[in-house]
Ligand binder design. Structure first.
Ligand code: NAP
Length: 677
């Protein structure tokens, strides 16, 4: 008997008290492992996450969490051969395994990097600008995101045992939420191996990640209003979860990523001679055959102009004929097996339903020539292309979760858009066209029904990541039938896990709460110029108020001549006088900002290492010749870098004129040494 998969719960590996259910190799039918969660204390797992994992995670800043994710991704990158070998037993070819394993590790790297670059080295995130709520400015509002003291339960589908786990885990971890991962039983042996390697690395705080192999029955009963469930799987399981009392009445947040009848549309502009036709055909065949079509993003509906449909069907069929099906470990095999014989039965049943309104134009669902394998014991299946009759209903309703796609035809763009919409909401759609007006019309028609859209043509094809690849930086999820959920999308995927709260307070209180200087709160001026202070010495609110300086006409003329910016408002008195906004010669905005730098800078070598930009620059009041300006510079945010001996300081800069009216506002961004040399 093969090994029983273990769960990782409460800081130890748990073995079920029974023999468990066998899990079979998709290609050979041999037993790979057994699975059961009998005897596992789910309530204790949830408590461990809440009481041990959550507090440990929330004690770390976003940057510290991001650093741990990066270390985990690096560690997993060293173990890939054993992962590929086990992945083959799910029916995956090497290319399929790379999508799952390398894609999953890449997603963790991406979150590690985004967490460091786009989140503060803190435990609170500000959302948008401060809102002034009173006339004098003593009462202001600020939206913030904070971590929930709950647990994130992640229920995954069988088709991506590695990526599926990691793409959910990484954003939740960054958000400060401990995770309980529940892999789909069918391929849980691969998830368990990756999880084991993560635990063995010892990198992650205890309780921040736990693994549940086997039935999750009763798990949702343990959850409450600060907890969430992220589910990926079939629409029917999604519907069951939506009706769970903890979701209906207990405030548990449920995200659903369900099945999706994704489409790819060939634009009406494309002729048989255009490179776009080949791109379209390649895309359809790739999506039908990668992971044997067991991808939530695969192209199920191939929508083409009626005038070119015969050519398209011929071209797709010719390519499909070259796909060798068989044992995924054989390097000559292009498409491996479905995950199980039961899964193949499901796909055959779905093809039978599709045949209600479509005819098979390529492949036989009951027969395939198998390379290096036996079609009786392995879950092998031929790719199947169908062509729908006019008005067909089934292609818009039935998901065949395998190497299956149906060609539908249209006569007008409106009809193409209407056909796409009949899928009732999809994860992804693609449009292959080289006509910008087709691109705009179809995109505006399709976008409300989709989470992601790919517009493909000869210009982006070489570097395109393709129709079916969710990317960590882009949103994954779709409306309606696709579940209505949203994952990934860069930092959006982290913020989904956090609570947004509007805080109303005085500026001083907001500064204390957020750790960032709020306009109107205290400013500290002392004898030491802030540019002489190291990161360790600087305090939020440290301020320098410069001496005034008069901007002369000679300054403006000199700047115009020196830079070549001789725009008439700075050089031609008569023309400038006619300008409705200026009414005469004004200083260049960049001259004002440059002079301001000259007013606040402390020139000698010191802890300030570099100025790396300005944010939010606005010119508010024109500066005329002989106006006097001064600048106030205040430390707004201090972000030490965990991996360097310096950090970032964001300074609030306000340039005012002699009437104390602001003429320019912006944030100055500098790098400052942590300690004095
Ligand atoms: P599934 O049968 O719905 O199972 C999905 C997950 O839910 C598995 O981990 C399963 O565990 C678990 N589960 C089943 N019943 C449950 C219950 N009552 N309570 C809690 N968890 C339960 O789906 P599947 O067959 O694995 O996956 C194929 C489907 O997923 C396809 O329809 C595909 O389109 C969809 N999918 C969607 C996406 C997306 O991102 N939108 C991605 C991949 C797949 P067990 O395995 O232990 O039963």
């Amino acid at each position: 008997m093969s090994a029983l998969l273990e769960s990782y719960a409460g800081g130890t590996w748990f073995r079920a008290t029974d023999e468990g259910k066998p899990l079979l190799d998709a290609a050979t039918g041999e037993e790979v492992a057994r699975i059961s969660s009998t005897g596992l204390d789910l309530s204790a797992m949830v408590e461990h996450a809440r009481n041990v994992g959550g507090p440990a995670l929330r004690a770390l800043t976003f940057h510290e969490r991001a650093g741990l994710l990066k270390a985990v991704a690096k560690q997993l990158g060293t173990d890939k051969d054993e992962l590929y070998a086990l992945s083959a037993r799910t029916g995956a070819t090497l290319r399929d395994s790379q999508v799952d394993i390398d894609g999953g590790i890449g997603t963790v790297f991406s979150y590690a990097s985004k967490g460091t670059r786009e989140l503060p080295n803190d435990t609170i995130v500000l959302d948008g600008a401060t809102e002034q709520l009173s006339r004098s400015g003593s009462f202001v509002g600020q939206h913030v995101y904070t971590s929930r003291p709950g647990v994130a339960v992640q229920i995954n589908a069988f088709n991506f045992p590695v990526w599926g786990m990691l793409e959910k885990l990484a954003p939740a971890f960054l958000a400060g939420l401990p995770s309980i991962v529940k892999p789909a039983s069918q391929t849980a042996y691969l998830t368990e191996l990756v999880f084991r390697r993560i635990i063995e690395s010892g990198l992650l705080p205890e309780g921040s990640v736990q693994l549940l192999c086997g039935s999750p029955d009763g798990l949702l009963d343990q959850l409450g209003a600060q907890d969430s469930v992220a589910f990926t799987g079939s629409a029917s399981t999604g519907a069951t979860l939506r009706q769970h009392p903890s979701v209906l009445y207990g405030g548990v947040q449920l995200g659903v990523e369900a099945d999706s009848l994704n489409c790819s549309i060939l634009g009406p502009d494309v002729t048989s001679e255009d490179p776009e036709l080949d791109l379209f055909v390649k895309g359809v065949v790739t999506e039908m055959t990668v992971k044997a079509g067991q991808k939530c993003t695969a192209i199920r509906r191939t929508i083409v102009p009626a005038t070119i449909a015969d050519d398209v069907v011929r071209a797709i069929s010719a390519r499909l004929a070259k796909i060798s099906v068989g044992n995924p470990v054989n390097p000559d095999v292009r498409m491996g097996a479905l995950a199980s014989l039961a899964q193949r039965d499901e796909v055959r049943k779905a093809v039978q339903s599709l045949r209600g309104s479509a005819e098979i134009v390529f492949g036989d669902p009951d027969h395939v020539d198998v390379v290096d394998g036996d079609a009786e014991v392995g879950a092998f299946m031929s790719p199947i292309l169908l062509r729908a009759s006019a008005g067909a209903r089934e292609p818009h309703d039935v998901e065949a979760f395998g190497p299956v796609s149906t060609v539908l035809t249209y006569d007008s763009l409106d009809e193409a858009i209407a056909l796409a919409a009949r899928g009732q909401g999809s994860l992804v759609g693609s449009l292959v066209t080289h006509d910008p007006s087709v691109a705009r019309t179809v995109t505006l028609g399709l976008a409300p029904w989709h989470g992601r859209l790919l517009v493909l043509d000869r210009d982006d094809a070489d570097e395109s990541t393709g129709h079916g690849s969710p990317l960590p930086v882009l949103v994954h999820g779709g409306p309606g039938r696709a579940g209505g959920g949203e994952e990934l999308g860069g930092i959006r995927g982290v913020l989904h896990h956090m609570q947004r709260t509007a805080i109303q307070a005085s500026p001083d209180m907001l500064t204390a709460i957020t750790g960032q200087w709020t306009k109107g709160s205290q400013q500290h001026v002392d004898d030491v110029h802030p540019f002489r202070k190291s990161l360790a010495e600087l305090r939020i609110g440290d301020t320098i108020r410069s001496d005034p300086r008069t901007v002369t006409l000679a300054d403006i003329e000199h700047f115009a001549e020196f830079t070549g910016d001789t725009f008439y408002a700075h050089t031609d008195a008569e023309a400038a006088a006619a300008n409705p906004l200026f009414g005469g010669i004004v200083a260049h905005g960049y001259l004002v900002v440059s002079l301001a730098a000259g007013l606040f800078v402390d020139p000698d070598p010191g802890p300030v290492l570099a100025n790396f930009g300005v944010d939010n620059l606005r010119f508010l009041t024109p500066v005329k010749a002989d106006d006097t300006i001064a600048v106030t510079l205040t430390v707004k945010q201090i972000t030490p870098r965990n991996t360097a001996d310096y950090g970032e300081v964001r300074w609030d800069a306000v340039v005012t004129n002699s009437e104390d009216a602001p003429v320019a506002t912006y944030d100055v961004l500098t790098l400052v040494a942590k300690t004095l040399a």
